[in-house]
Design a protein around this ligand. Structure first.
Ligand code: ZN
Length: 406
């Protein structure tokens, strides 16, 4: 290797170390505290309450991005619920990396003082602290250091704050439709910094059975839709066993099925003529909606063949979130693994995430890695370890510099 080549390689590496050392824990804690103190509860299907301030939080996040010199813009997904973006443009043709996170949080019923960010025993407490405002604060720190140090990137660094991850993911779906579509995405959902390159999707549908009402004193005159649903539930149990016998996805395992909500009948003295069961199916990438519906039809048609009175329908999906299956050898996974090792001096845990996320909707190789734990997310005592928050900012910064430094 020539001296000149050595010199060219050595300078950026030195620069990366110096830049990573600029990550400032107090600043991160301060930013995260400001974020937690601005409620952004997802209204789900209920009324919009005083806590449902996604617009206000989006404005705050946009202002924070503006302060770091990013070119910002926003788009209302529905009224009062905007996605917000900030871009640091590269100077040449490098890849575009998106650091993405959702702006919304789950609700706070029963939570004591959820929007008062308390720092105690190395943790920052409050609703949204780990799921996932910690990652948003880390993204701001990454942008701040790159901006303050006047670092020239060859490709674009894009920050995205999206609405409604906790419910129907309308925010990230809007990005699927209207862009921007980056080359890589990092999604800082709480993984305890595990690097997750895959997760299952979620497909929820209603199976409905139809009968004939009659007085319960003469049930032989009716057809009991609940009894028919009992056959469906037993068939689902067998289907669940059969899923276990299939070849598993290397990190996500086999698909799962869960009958979750059942409704039927109005009064016990009537034979019910209708019953519906909401079924949650956790799917791998090859288990598309068409495949799953086809499998449901197979066992439902089998019941119908053995019982001519059995009538059923499958409703449209109530939830249809895609699976993520980024190649473990893809550049973004390799780079963030290296960044983890350089930051924490041990190899990263790499594998699958437990829940569905926005990541597949960004339509690019994406990886999920963030501070905080799914064990604290959605609980009444949410917190993030501050050391993990700081490590996350360093890992993101290293990954961005590794991919985008000139
Ligand atoms: Zn989340």
């Amino acid at each position: 290797m020539s001296t000149r080549v050595k010199f060219l390689m050595a300078v950026p590496r030195m620069q990366v170390e110096e830049l990573v050392n600029l990550v400032d824990e107090d600043r991160l804690v301060n930013d995260l505290g400001t974020m937690v103190a601005t409620p952004s509860v997802n209204p789900f299907d209920g009324p919009v309450t005083e806590e449902c301030r996604e617009q206000e939080f989006a404005n705050l996040y946009r202002d924070m991005m503006n302060d770091q010199g990013l070119d910002t813009f926003s788009r209302a997904v529905v009224e009062g619920r905007p996605n917000v973006f900030g871009r640091l443009s590269g100077t040449s043709r490098g890849p575009c990396i998106m650091l993405a996170g959702h702006l919304d949080t789950v609700g706070t019923e029963g939570y004591v003082d959820p929007f008062n960010p308390v720092v105690k025993n190395g943790r920052l407490h409050g609703r949204g602290s780990c799921d996932m405002k910690a990652a948003l604060a880390a993204y701001i720190e990454v942008a701040r250091i790159i901006h303050n140090e006047k670092i020239r990137l060859k490709g674009d660094l894009l920050l995205a704050g999206v609405v409604d991850e906790e419910h129907l993911m309308i925010g990230s779906r809007e990005i699927s439709r209207n862009g921007p579509i980056p080359d890589f995405a990092i999604v800082g959902e709480p993984t305890e910094l595990k690097i997750c390159h895959a997760h299952k999707g979620q497909l929820c549908m209603h199976i409905k059975t139809f009968g004939k009402a009659s007085h319960s004193s003469v049930p032989e005159n009716g057809i009991n839709a609940i009894s028919h649903m009992a056959d469906v539930v037993k068939a689902l149990d067998r289907y669940s066993e059969e899923l276990k016998s299939r070849r598993p996805h290397p990190v996500c395992g086999h698909g799962r099925v869960n009958p979750g909500v059942i409704k039927g009948g109005t009064i016990s003295s009537s034979v019910p003529d209708y019953c519906e069961l909401e079924v949650d199916r956790r799917v791998n990438t090859d288990e598309t909606r068409e495949v799953v519906v086809g499998e449901y039809r197979q066992f439902l048609d089998r019941i119908a063949r053995s019982n001519p009175e059995f009538r059923y329908e499958i409703g449209a999906p109530t939830l249809d979130n895609a699976a993520l299956d980024t190649d473990v050898n893809s550049e973004i996974v390799v780079r963030i693994k290296d960044a983890y090792r350089s930051t924490l001096h041990k190899p990263a845990d790499v594998g699958a995430y437990v829940a569905a996320t926005d990541a597949p909707n960004f339509l690019c190789p994406a990886v999920i890695c963030g501070p905080g734990s799914i064990r604290q997310a959605h609980t009444l005592e949410e917190y993030v370890e501050i050391a993990e928050l700081t490590a996350a900012a360093k890992i993101y910064l290293r990954t961005v510099l590794d991919l985008l430094l000139q």
